[in-house]
Design a protein around this ligand. Structure first.
Ligand code: SAM
Length: 233
């Protein structure tokens, strides 16, 4: 039976890929890649020679039809994104839905691996028995509401932000969720990996033009519990 593998790839360090992912990528008939140049670098590193087809967020119905055709013909396909786990703030979900709708007999198999949000959470030290993942804040419209809503979430929150807006995000958090502890992870698994811990105010003082390059995950710690007054005790 045809299989669609959803394969996690490294988020920086090329060694962060499972032996199983390498086996799958070596054995499938076709690899769907968000950016074929990025995936080609990974495949070359592991000496994998495989046909690539571009599949990204703007791929139209034509490409999806072609992929479903391949599966219909019994081909096994792997989907990868540029970094991390496909479908997590990356292309994949729509394709998977289409495959479920059009070829429900297809096996859809995850090949787990790196993910930036989970990596940041894992070193945050904040409670992770319950957390909310919010993805990227909107650039303009809805941005204030996005951050204001964080105030209503009392447990740990994780979000992605680009280098262009990380300062703005910390300013938003300083205004709206003042006092909550944060962990900001920059360039996880890469040469300039840095972890900043503190309030938004404290981290803003540490982030300068020199360390604003790269990719960021922000983890917002749980809302501090209000101290009980003597009357409430
Ligand atoms: N699918 C990916 C995953 O599993 O983490 C996420 C893709 S999303 C388009 C890209 C965002 O993830 C970046 O803007 C950044 O916020 C975060 N990210 C990815 N790699 C990262 C890294 N090495 N260090 C810090 N953040 C990273």
């Amino acid at each position: 039976m045809q299989t669609l593998f959803i394969v996690a790839t490294p988020i920086g360090n090329l060694a962060d890929i499972s032996p199983r992912a390498i086996t799958v990528l070596s054995n499938v008939d076709l690899i769907l890649a968000e950016d074929t140049r990025v995936t080609r670098t990974l495949l070359e590193h592991y000496n994998i020679k495989k046909e690539l087809l571009s599949y990204h967020q703007h791929s139209g119905r034509g490409v999806i039809g072609k992929i479903i055709n391949f599966l219909e013909n019994g081909k096994n396909i792997a989907l990868v994104s540029d970094a991390g786990t496909p479908g997590i703030n990356d292309p994949g979900n729509f394709l998977i839905q289409e495959v479920i709708n059009n070829l429900p007999e297809t096996k859809i198999v995850p090949i787990p691996g790196a993910n930036a949000a989970i990596s940041a959470l894992s070193i945050s030290g904040f409670p992770t028995d319950k957390f909310t993942f919010l993805g990227f804040p909107p650039h303009k419209k809805g941005r204030q509401t996005f951050f204001r809503n964080i105030e209503d979430i009392t447990h740990t929150v994780v979000l992605y932000e680009s280098k262009h807006r990380i300062i703005k995000a910390l300013e938003n958090l300083r205004q709206l969720a003042d006092g909550r502890p944060l962990v900001v992870c920059r360039e996880i698994t890469k040469q300039f990996e840095t972890t900043y811990r503190g309030t938004a105010e404290e981290i803003l003082m540490k982030l300068t033009a020199n360390n604003l390059l790269g990719e960021f995950v922000v983890v917002v710690g749980p809302k501090p519990k209000k101290q009980k007054t003597e009357d409430e005790e």
